[in-house]
Design a protein. Structure first.
Length: 216
């Protein structure tokens, strides 16, 4: 039950710790998605909450939901305005050359009949920036903190693969796949006018600990 994974709750917003493997949008095959859990996240409101942003299916962590239309508009505007602070944690296949930096790599969507669609670096694409720093290195892999300054589709996954030369472990599109995807939305802070910010931190999932990262 996602009601047991609530990290923040007030009259405007809910932040849940979304499990890896749960899609935010309903898949074409009609399988289980966030939509199937919304009634259980109403917490006494007649209106079901609505996702303000998206996390990829295999990305876990902080997902913000709004509890009414006016709140949804304000929270969505915060994302559009780029004032939301987001921190992601990932394990990468490989070790970046430097210990930290800022990736400034514009992204564009490409599509082929053979492989479907994906994002890639493109000078004519939408501006995309991600600050990063290495937290730990072990057995040829790196544990990296990402702070995206923009919110493009697959931004961290593409920036890791193309700019750092080290894709996210388990990434089936930009990496080798074949394992659990080790990408986690660790924390989220959304400023609000006249109110305390929406603020939440999602604990590091067990799959990171199994990979040897994040433990004491």
């Amino acid at each position: 039950m996602l009601a047991n994974k609530v990290l923040f709750l007030d009259g405007e917003a809910i932040v849940i710790d979304k499990p890896s493997g749960l899609p935010v949008d309903r898949p074409r095959d009609g399988s289980i998605s966030l939509e199937n859990h919304l009634e259980g996240l109403a917490f006494g409101f007649r209106r079901w909450p609505q996702a303000v942003h998206r996390l990829d299916r295999d990305t876990s962590g902080c997902l913000l939901l709004s509890r009414n239309p006016k709140a949804h508009a304000r929270l969505h505007h915060a994302f559009e305005a780029g004032i939301v602070e987001k921190i992601y944690l990932a394990v990468l296949e490989g070790v970046p050359e430097n210990e930290s930096g800022l990736i400034d790599l514009a992204l564009a969507k490409v599509s082929t009949a053979e492989t479907g669609w994906r994002m890639q670096g493109d000078p004519n694409g939408k501006p995309s920036r991600t600050a990063w720093r290495v937290l730990a290195v072990k057995d040829g892999r790196s544990f990296v903190e990402f702070r995206p300054q923009t919110g493009r589709t697959h931004q961290i996954r593409v920036h890791a693969a193309e700019a750092l030369g080290a894709p996210v472990v388990g990434d089936p599109v930009y990496g080798r796949g074949g394992a659990e995807t080790l990408l986690h939305a660790s924390s989220l802070i959304v400023p609000r006018v006249g109110k305390d910010p929406v603020s939440a931190t999602a604990p590091l999932p067990e799959r990171f600990l199994k990979a040897g990262f994040g433990g004491d």
